[in-house]
Design a protein around this ligand. Structure first.
Ligand SMILES: Nc1ncnc2c1ncn2[C@@H]1O[C@H](COP(=O)(O)OP(=O)(O)OP(=O)(O)O)[C@@H](O)[C@H]1O
Ligand SMILES: [Mg+2]
Length: 348
């Protein structure tokens, strides 16, 4: 017969406490992993959607709202996932406690249950109502965003392998589903390795032409073909909140020789000397500590460094003076420049 003495109970208690901790930790780990996966998935979906948003839906959602979807609403779903198991485990735990207490205390447990019955529903109703409301709002916001209209990626034939870099055949494009076409009946072939300048009045549709090649406009009719990778320098220089070097590399691997050649060609070396930490200087939000011309040349340098097959440059010389403009033409854009073997479309 086994002797149930005090030390056996003590060991049993220790084992129980230890296994409780271990099981709880494993549960918490799985729980957090699942919740983190849910949050990452939602963030990924929102990010992907933001890149494919059609022009009309882009106007509907501000950048702040999109960031909110990731920071607040994805977090809300993560919190929900963490607490989801409480839904079944909390009543289960209460039932177990009542069952064991009943065996020791008998009907006196009913007093405790009475208090529970009075307090818990009230608490639970208030808490779950708040949570429900928050989750519902988050879900409807996400649903609204994710069902926004998307660009049709098939509008531009990117797998084209023929004799020209970009080709339009009877193509018309519009910005809005309801609006009239901003570009009508385009017929144009841009050969490999050529430099094309697009000239026109303000608002004539020069930037729109580049957007149509990028696939950011809706194609109404006709055909547009594009061969190989594309680098785009927008009319308003786009700068990330990172170091100058990171802004140029943009995730590509560092190639010292090319990097130096690009800095030199884009006339950035004198600017880097003036900056406090050279090319490791943090360029603040939207490049607050760079001049307009510097921002434009950093954007251009990013495009050159990317080594794409087609370069679309929207007014790349608008913010630089005549001398720097001349140098950029000679060393980057023109027939003797770094881009000379690629198709370039320059819009003046
Ligand atoms: N993102 C947009 N959404 C809707 N309409 C647009 C958008 N961008 C341009 N447009 C419209 O397309 C037309 C052509 O504009 P676009 O920006 O292509 O002109 P542009 O020739 O580049 O002018 P600028 O010389 O001033 O840069 C304009 O009527 C403009 O209102
Ligand atoms: Mg423009």
């Amino acid at each position: 017969m086994f002797d149930w003495n005090g030390s056996t109970y003590a060991i049993a208690l220790l084992v129980a406490a230890a296994s409780h901790t271990i099981v709880l930790q494993i549960y918490q780990r799985f729980n957090m992993l699942t919740a983190a996966k849910i949050k990452t998935a939602v963030t990924g979906v929102v990010y992907k959607k933001a890149l494919n948003l059609a022009n009309c839906s882009r106007r509907q959602f501000t950048t702040g709202e999109v960031v909110n979807l990731i920071s607040a609403d994805a977090q809300q779903l993560m919190d929900l996932a963490v607490n989801l198991n409480l839904l079944w485990s909390a009543p289960f735990q209460i039932l177990l406690a009542v069952f064991f207490l009943w065996q020791d205390l008998g009907p006196s447990v009913l007093a405790g249950i009475a208090v529970l019955v009075l307090v818990i529903p009230l608490n639970a109703v208030v808490a779950s109502r708040m949570k429900q409301l928050k989750t519902k709002v988050s879900l409807s916001r996400l649903e609204n965003f994710l069902s926004g209209e998307e660009l049709k990626l098939r509008d531009v034939q990117t797998e084209y392998l023929g004799g020209h870099a970009v080709g339009f055949t009877g193509a018309s494009f519009r910005w809005d589903k309801t609006g009239r076409p901003a570009l009508r009946d385009l017929n144009m072939k841009i050969p490999d390795g050529s430099l094309v300048a697009v000239v026109g009045q303000v608002g004539a549709g020069k930037s729109s032409l580049l957007s149509s090649i990028l696939g950011e406009m809706e194609k109404v009719e006709g055909l547009i073909q594009r061969k190989g990778s594309v680098a785009y320098v927008s009319q308003q220089a786009w700068i990330q909140n990172a170091t100058l070097q990171e802004n140029i590399l943009f995730g590509s691997e560092m190639n010292e020789k090319l990097y130096h050649a690009v800095l030199e060609a884009c006339c950035l070396l004198p600017d880097i000397e003036l900056l406090q930490d050279g090319d490791q200087t943090e360029i603040g939000e939207r490049g607050v500590n760079l001049s307009g011309g510097q921002k434009q040349r950093v954007s251009l340098a990013r495009a050159v460094y990317s080594g794409a097959d087609i370069y679309l440059l929207d007014d790349p010389l608008s913010a630089v003076d005549v001398h720097v403009g001349r140098q950029l033409l000679d060393r980057v854009i023109g027939p003797t420049g770094l881009m000379n073997s690629k198709a370039r479309q320059l819009r003046c």
